[in-house]
Design a protein around this ligand. Structure first.
Ligand code: PMP
Length: 397
């Protein structure tokens, strides 16, 4: 990895999250390529963790940011002034959701969207218990961590928000624990940090039925699966299951920080009273972030979504090797599983040396994360996969 004068300052002054940061210094990023200070190109196979779906610094998104920044940036806390970037983006989101008109509550991140959804579910149902799933990841804040599916992570920070019940994922029998005390079931239609585990279609449809019967709100966390990542605009459309509440983040902002809760207006209206201002945020729905998000969302065409499925197939065709235990995919959200974490970390290291950025998953350190910008070309996919196969050929067990 090329280092510059900033590397040691980064370690000294920027709070660290791990003992082994990737330390790539980026001076420019365009399309699927990032450049370090020496001009070395890196093919980005992770898109800032499922964020930069349209590639880096797409001209239409940059233009939207520039125009909005010139017009106005922050003018008021969320929800008071009429800010056209928010209005236009909320309308776009509502039109691209199935199941009629929706309203959008903009926040700043995926975790904050989850916090908002949890409060909304409690407020609407008057119930307190939340069901979530083993190996789920919903964010790092207290509420989101409370419904996370990793005991080690949770134990380090207890006491957390009480009232959570964790069920095994894709296990229909366990759904019998959903009863009238439950405010919401929060689920990723495709578990991301677990290493790309898609829910079974019939399982999600059964879950929907049970939630309706018991008056429980069904929350889909589409922070990672939304905006074309799986080949559908939203995974709920692929599953043909209508959640009551959807949380969005990551690609929602087109490379800018933005989160959102999407729900029928009558549900979201409950934040208006008892107490008034039941959920508020200073920066949520920042006009520049909404302008960027809308510009990015408008680039998602039926052809682009079809291309995601074709590119998924190309990865599946090319990722064949005796060292690969399994390849799990949901569109361009891909996990390549090896027999152990040592192999995975060696692959990640050697890929970076060759100028290709991959990563592991939070709960699946045997699995290589591939989640490139959706605009990645066939040539780039071939280069990445052939490089990976060459590396696997050379790695000795
Ligand atoms: N939900 C899911 C499914 C996620 O993958 C993530 C982030 N990895 C989050 C929520 C939290 O988003 P953020 O990091 O923006 O708070």
């Amino acid at each position: 990895m090329n280092r510059t004068g900033y590397s040691s300052l980064f370690l000294d002054y920027v709070a660290q999250t791990s003992d082994a940061p990737m330390m790539l210094e980026v001076v420019k990023a365009q399309g699927c390529t990032m450049y370090d200070p020496q001009g070395k190109p890196y093919l980005d196979l992770i898109a800032g963790i499922s964020v930069s779906n349209m590639g880096h610094s797409h001209p239409a998104i940059v233009e939207a940011v520039k125009q909005q920044a010139e017009q106005y940036m922050h003018v008021m806390v969320y929800g008071e002034f009429v800010e056209s970037p928010q209005v236009k983006y909320a309308e776009w989101i509502s039109k691209h959701f199935h199941g009629g008109q929706h309203a959008v509550f903009f926040v700043n991140s995926g975790s904050e969207a989850i916090e908002t959804a949890l409060k909304l579910a409690k407020r609407v149902t008057g119930r307190s218990s939340i069901i979530s799933f083993e190996n789920a990841y919903h964010g790092a804040t207290h509420g989101a961590l409370s419904i996370g599916g990793d005991e080690e992570r949770k134990n380090a920070f207890r006491p957390l928000v009480p009232g959570n019940i964790s069920l095994p994922f894709n296990n229909t029998e366990a759904l019998s624990l959903i009863d009238e005390n439950v405010a919401a079931v929060v689920i990723e239609p495709v578990q991301g940090e677990a290493g790309v585990i898609p829910a079974d279609k019939t399982y999600l449809q059964t879950l929907r039925k049970i939630c309706t019967e018991k008056g429980v709100l069904l929350v889909f966390d589409e922070c990672q699966s939304g905006f074309g990542r799986t080949g559908a605009m939203f995974a709920s459309q692929y599953y043909d299951v209508q959640p009551d509440i959807t949380t969005l983040g990551k690609a929602l902002g087109g490379g800018m920080p933005l989160g959102a809760v999407v729900a029928p207006k009558h549900l979201l209206d409950s934040f208006q009273s008892s107490p008034v201002l039941g959920h508020i945020t200073t920066f949520g729905g920042h006009p520049v972030c909404c302008a960027a998000g809308l510009a990015a969302a408008q680039l998602i065409s039926p052809e682009l979504l079809q291309g995601v499925k074709q590119k998924e197939q190309l990865f599946l065709d090319l990722l064949k090797h005796e060292s690969i235990v399994e390849v799990r995919t949901a569109g361009l959200l891909i996990a390549v599983e090896f027999k152990d974490a040592t192999t995975n970390f060696e692959v990640i290291k050697q890929m970076i040396e060759r100028g290709i950025i991959t990563d592991w998953f939070l709960y699946a350190d045997h699995s290589l994360r591939i989640a490139p910008p959706l605009i990645i070309s066939e040539e780039e996919i071939k280069f990445a996969c052939l490089s990976l196969i060459e590396i696997l050929d050379k790695i000795k067990y």
